[in-house]
Design a protein around this ligand. Structure first.
Ligand code: FES
Length: 103
């Protein structure tokens, strides 16, 4: 198994935005939100992401742009060795990293 590479937007309005690449160990069935939790636990706890229901597709809080398409981070599964770019939703006001304002 090969690690997953996530290219994630970091920053805020004051600092500006940059893509930072993270390598996460791949495991069968890991979601992109799980991979982000792994980064928060092992690399940088300040990585900001919004979520609530985790995999029920009910809250819509984890919506983000994944390789340019709107996706739910909690339900999209990573594949072995995948490289993915993740950005905050363009249709919501940006707060920090992957966090946007919920209407
Ligand atoms: S965390 Fe609720 S839809 Fe993903």
């Amino acid at each position: 198994m090969s690690p997953i590479k996530l290219n994630i937007v970091r920053g805020d309005e004051a600092k500006g935005r940059n893509f930072i690449e993270y390598e996460i160990p791949y495991s069968e069935g890991i979601s992109l939100l799980d991979a982000i939790f792994w980064i928060r636990e092992h690399v940088d706890s300040s990585l900001s992401v919004r979520y609530s229901c985790r995999s029920a597709n009910a809250c819509k809080e984890c919506m983000a742009m994944v390789d340019g398409k709107v996706q739910y981070l909690c339900s999209i599964r990573a594949s072995d060795g995948q490289k993915v770019s993740i950005e905050p939703l363009k249709s919501r006001q940006w707060v920090k990293d992957l966090t946007t304002v919920m209407e």
